[in-house]
Design a protein around this ligand. Structure first.
Ligand SMILES: NC(=O)c1ccc[n+]([C@@H]2O[C@H](COP(=O)([O-])OP(=O)(O)OC[C@H]3O[C@@H](n4cnc5c(N)ncnc54)[C@H](O)[C@@H]3O)[C@@H](O)[C@H]2O)c1
Ligand SMILES: O=P(O)(O)OC[C@H](O)CO
Length: 336
């Protein structure tokens, strides 16, 4: 029987681990917070991250990473981008002490500040190559709040190693949750990270009182920017037309369950970024990703008008309405 360790007990790590527990997979979730481990094991809840949700009593949590990882065939890392290196380093030490090799998977959607590295690139830097047989990512349109309620969800598991993707696919699949596989790890990671930028902008439009025409325009032109960055980084363009691209862009850019959408909406309504981040209490990956992608575009001579406008709003204090006007009044051009 496949054993899986999930590292990170926030909303997404818990929802994915719970899906596997429901499927009778031997899964253990690790949290660095002992109170959360106790709550999951005793109450079968995770109130801070999934309020009101009842978790499967089969889901076991551990405060000690070695306990969770020992004997695991696959380790799924689901912490915010800024914690990936720390958790990756902890995992490397655990795998080395256990003399164990695993399939290394993650479900995190971001890029590293400063280096602009993808999550799998960071993991490759901190986990020795002999400690994992393959790298894979769970991406696609999937809010933890909806998954935990059993809403119908399809995701995309990207890996160059088909068998590795298949292990995760089999562990997660049920009548409510349908994972597809693809062989574009890079594009699947990027789609998940880049759509958060556009979701912030979509929320801002709604916060300002604009309508669905505006949202459709932003999401569609945003997809062009996502594809452009993807192509520059080496992704397959067609990945952006799948679940990890347009699929995730639709859900994150439209759903009030999206942290990025909600943050953008609050900013559009006039709140300050620091206040929005403090009140969310959960990670808003798009805020850092805007900066990483803006810097990448500058270094690589990419013209990304939406990303640039969002960078100016978030990091230079520019007025949102003025940025919208300047986007709308740029020299006219052909659609490409
Ligand atoms: N929430 C969703 O619906 C969803 C869906 C798909 C992808 N994602 C992605 O998954 C990633 C995690 O998001 P989330 O929504 O679960 O975040 P979250 O804010 O709900 O939870 C983050 C978890 O990581 C833990 N954590 C933070 N720093 C840590 C560290 N140094 N060591 C160990 N644990 C640490 C926190 O304690 C918390 O349990 C993000 O990249 C997000 O974009 C989220
Ligand atoms: O809630 P968000 O904005 O972090 O988005 C979560 C997922 O990426 C949606 O697929």
């Amino acid at each position: 029987m496949t054993k899986i360790a999930v590292l990170g007990a926030g909303s997404w790590g818990t929802a994915l681990a719970n899906t596997m527990a429901i499927n009778d997979v031997d899964v253990q979730i690790w949290s660095h917070r002992a109170d959360q481990v106790e709550e999951i094991n005793q109450q079968h809840t995770n109130e801070k991250y999934l309020p009101g949700a009842q978790l499967s009593p089969k889901l076991q949590a551990a405060a000690d990473m070695t306990t969770a990882v020992k004997g695991a065939d696959l380790v799924l890392v689901v912490v915010p981008t800024k914690a990936i290196r720390t958790v990756g380093e902890q995992l490397a030490a655990v795998l080395t002490s256990l003399n164990q090799q695993v399939i290394l998977a993650h479900a995190t959607k971001g890029l590293e500040q400063g280096t602009h590295l993808r999550i799998s690139e960071m993991l490759r830097e901190v986990v020795p190559a002999e400690r994992y047989s393959a790298l894979t990512v769970v991406s696609g349109p999937s809010h933890a709040e909806d998954v935990i309620k059993g809403d119908l969800t399809a995701v995309s598991i990207g890996a160059t190693d088909k068998a590795a993707a298949g292990v995760l696919q089999a562990a997660l699949a049920n009548q409510h949750f349908r994972p597809y596989t693809n062989q574009d790890l890079l594009g699947s990671e990027l789609g998940g990270a880049l759509k958060n930028i556009i979701a912030l902008g979509s929320g801002m439009l709604i916060g300002l009182g604009y309508g669905v025409n505006a949202q459709a325009a932003l999401l569609t032109r945003g997809l062009v920017e996502m594809r452009e960055v993807g192509q520059k980084m080496g992704a397959q363009p067609e990945t952006f037309l799948g679940l990890a691209g347009i699929g995730d862009l639709i859900v994150t850019g439209m759903s009030p369950n999206s942290r990025n959408f909600r943050a953008g909406r609050a900013l559009g309504q006039g709140q300050q970024l620091e206040q929005v981040q403090a009140e969310m209490g959960m990670v808003i990956e798009g805020v850092n990703t805007v900066k990483a992608v803006y810097e990448y575009s500058q270094a690589n001579h990419l013209d990304l008008p939406i990303t640039t406008a969002l960078y100016r709003v978030l990091y230079e204090g520019a007025d949102i309405e003025k940025q919208i006007t300047s986007l709308m009044t740029r020299p006219l051009k052909a659609e490409d």
